[in-house]
Design a protein around this ligand. Structure first.
Ligand SMILES: Nc1ncnc2c1ncn2[C@@H]1O[C@H](COP(=O)(O)OP(=O)(O)O)[C@@H](O)[C@H]1O
Ligand SMILES: [Mg+2]
Length: 226
């Protein structure tokens, strides 16, 4: 295992909007160690989602480097980046992005199936994970038949099924009530601890951020460690 699960060096990102250039992130340096839980906080529009996209290899930096599990994204093509993501990272978004025509079990099993594991094994693993997020009695439910909190727990189970080294979550509980949000984050922390999974959590919920080992604030395009 490399020393850092995800690392970025002198990361710089700008967007071109017509003839205007918006500098969003400037000279960002960060190392995420195995099992570490990190909160990324900051006002709306400062670049939290942008940073997460870059760290997850979903968008390209304007300059600087991102290294995932020892591989520098600079040296990889799109397919290799995709493989790296599937192997080492799990994503959870504010909106669950579950597939409505599939059951909870099928949704959770999907990434493992895509990774080429036998269907029986995938189903078994998906069942285990749904149990771990306390949805053992909801396996045959479709997303529309679940509550918002339950859907988010299915999304978490799906993010964990390939045993990622790091979970990247962007306002994962942003559309849930305060109590449900905290319960779900505590569940995610417990699971991460159990599986030694690192986590990078974009959140504007102070109650959630303060539970993590590190809080990083984005301000004026730079990262400030609290
Ligand atoms: N694809 C894009 N094209 C142009 N500007 C963008 C794009 N994505 C984000 N931005 C701009 O970058 C800034 C940071 O956005 P974002 O990372 O989504 O902020 P946050 O997640 O902190 O609310 C915002 O000013 C936003 O308008
Ligand atoms: Mg955002």
């Amino acid at each position: 295992m490399p020393q850092n699960i995800i690392e970025c060096k002198n990361l710089y990102k700008e967007f071109k909007q017509g003839n205007k250039i918006i500098k969003v992130l400037n000279d960002i340096n960060l190392s995420v160690k195995a099992g570490e839980q990190i909160a990324i906080i900051g006002s709306s529009g400062v670049g939290k989602s942008t940073l997460l996209q870059l760290l997850g290899g979903l968008d390209d930096a304007s300059a600087g480097e991102v290294i995932i599990y020892g591989s520098n994204l600079k040296n990889l093509n799109q397919k290799e980046k995709g493989d790296l993501r599937n192997k080492y990272l799990g994503f959870v978004y504010q909106f669950h992005h579950l597939l409505n025509e599939f059951t909870a079990l099928e949704n959770v099993a999907m990434p493992l199936l895509i990774a080429g594991h036998p269907p029986k094994h995938c189903k078994q693993k998906a069942k285990e994970l749904l149990k771990q997020v306390f949805l053992a009695d909801r396996v045959e439910h479709k997303p529309t038949q679940l509550s918002g909190g339950e859907r988010q727990r299915v999304a978490i189970a799906r993010a964990l099924i390939c045993r990622p080294a790091c979970i990247l979550a962007d306002e994962a509980t942003g559309n849930l009530d305060e109590k449900t949000a905290l319960d779900i984050m505590e569940l995610l922390f417990d699971l991460n601890k159990k599986h030694q999974t690192a986590g990078i959590f974009v959140t504007h919920d102070k109650n959630i951020a303060c539970k993590m080992q590190r809080q990083l604030l984005i301000k004026n395009a730079t990262l400030i460690e609290n």
